[in-house]
Ligand binder design. Structure first.
Ligand code: FAD
Length: 387
């Protein structure tokens, strides 16, 4: 093999892979995009994503935001976030108005975002090979080789960008996994009062619990030990809502209905170096975080935006060469590691029941609330990432 068949092979056109493809629509690089899902489907129909204001700016640039925001019920702005801890003093409220922004973030339907991105990708003339699953991503020093199932042809490329949500197809890259020994119980809950764009994040001895405004209801993410989550799932509606109300203490009340209770195990998974031979991993394939601060998807989007900028800035023959891979790794390292450490640190500092920690935690929240520059810095880190 002398010449790879394309410049870039994108494995996975989920929200992150499709963002990469769309960001490269005007570049000179030739692109092949594969996705295991069927055309018109979304991998995770039921999921919502927490988007920061920075993520909105990326989608505005790509011409996707307008269509998404016009889709009925697809986008719910978060105007304020009430942060507190159970059994200790201290709270703070982050506010979009204080930051002079239209919203702190957005709760977005995964399905609607995928549909808007698919439309954008098609409009840009980029074709996606749907129903094609990569079984392995390997290669040599001169090209990446993507092997596919169902008799699909081998794809060779100068660079394989893997955004398959897990990195499962990439064999030669080191990955770390830390299981938190907890599960997230997710559900839709309704309250008598309209949410008015107010989100809640509460740190409790069982772990963090969040309520995110979503259409006419709240999306609940309740972290708990597996047996506790099992017991909560088995409760009838009235008993479950009473437990939820007790869990939120004085912060919020008046829950009237719950639906779609599900759970999933919580773990931190990441590739310390998000690059391998002729290969880059991005989005959840590079790092899958605890959902506590809603950072994961936003980090993945920044992976896509920065990789696109580097590809555009690299001469064609040098795409996928070690200097380009080193540049990507160097450029993304600070943001990725800060996002991983910030999320993991929040879980470690706030997600346990060490009474001695309650006082410093309360003090931290009180100071954050009373000291505008610290609050502004914290809010901006949540909105645009840490570096
Ligand atoms: C259980 C769970 C719950 C979560 N809940 C939330 C939440 O409530 N809020 C939030 O903001 N974030 C949440 N996240 C994180 C969020 O789902 C991710 O940040 C986001 O989906 C990452 O997008 P992605 O494009 O990297 O991967 P994905 O969304 O996983 O997309 C991967 C794409 O690759 C395709 N694909 C997969 N394997 C292959 C293959 N072998 N060959 C070709 N194509 C392939 C898939 O069809 C899909 O289109 C959650 C994550 C998990 C694991």
């Amino acid at each position: 093999m002398t010449q790879p068949s394309t410049d870039l092979a994108i494995v996975g056109a989920g929200p992150v892979g499709a963002t990469l493809a769309l960001s490269l629509a005007d570049s000179d690089a030739s692109i092949v995009v594969l996705d295991a899902r069927a055309k018109g489907e979304a991998l995770r129909g039921e999921r919502t994503l927490a988007l920061s204001h920075g993520a909105r700016l990326i989608f505005e640039r790509l011409g996707v935001w307008h269509e998404l925001a016009a889709t009925d019920g697809a986008v719910t702005p978060i105007s304020d976030i009430d942060i507190s801890q159970a059994g200790g003093f201290g709270m703070t409220r982050l506010s979009a108005a204080e930051q002079d922004l239209p919203a702190l973030g957005y709760v977005v339907s995964y399905r609607a975002l995928q549909a808007a991105l698919d439309t954008g990708v098609a409009r840009a003339g980029i074709s996606v090979r749907h129903g094609v699953s990569a079984t392995s991503v390997g290669g040599t020093a001169t090209y990446a080789a993507v092997t596919c199932d169902a008799g699909a042809d081998l794809v060779t490329a100068r660079l394989a960008a893997v955004a398959d949500g897990s990195g499962a197809a990439v064999g030669n890259v080191d990955r770390k996994r830390h299981a938190y020994g907890q599960v997230a119980l997710v559900a839709k809950v309704w309250r008598a009062e309209p949410h008015g764009g107010l989100a809640y994040e509460r740190f409790t001895p069982e772990g963090p619990v969040a309520l995110l405004p979503e259409g006419d209801h709240y999306g609940l993410v309740w972290t708990a030990a597996p047996d506790r989550a099992e017991a909560l799932l088995a409760l009838d509606e009235v008993a479950f809502l009473a437990e939820l109300e007790r869990h939120f203490g004085t912060r919020t009340a008046g829950f009237t209905r719950v639906a779609d209770r599900r759970r999933f195990p919580l773990a931190l998974e990441f590739a310390p170096a998000a690059v391998g031979t002729r290969c880059v991993m991005l989005g959840n394939a590079a790092q899958a975080l605890h959902p506590v601060a809603g950072q994961g998807f936003n980090l993945g989007l920044r992976d896509a935006a920065e990789l696109a900028a580097i590809v555009q800035d690299t001469p064609r023959e040098a795409i996928g060469e070690p200097p380009m891979l080193r540049r990507y790794e160097r450029q993304r390292r600070g943001d990725r590691y800060a996002g991983i450490a910030f999320t993991h640190g929040l879980v470690a500092a706030f997600g346990n029941d060490v009474p001695l920690l309650r006082w410093p935690r309360g003090l931290a929240l009180t100071l954050l609330d009373a000291f505008p520059p610290a609050k502004r810095a914290f809010t901006r880190a949540m909105l645009f990432g840490l570096r």
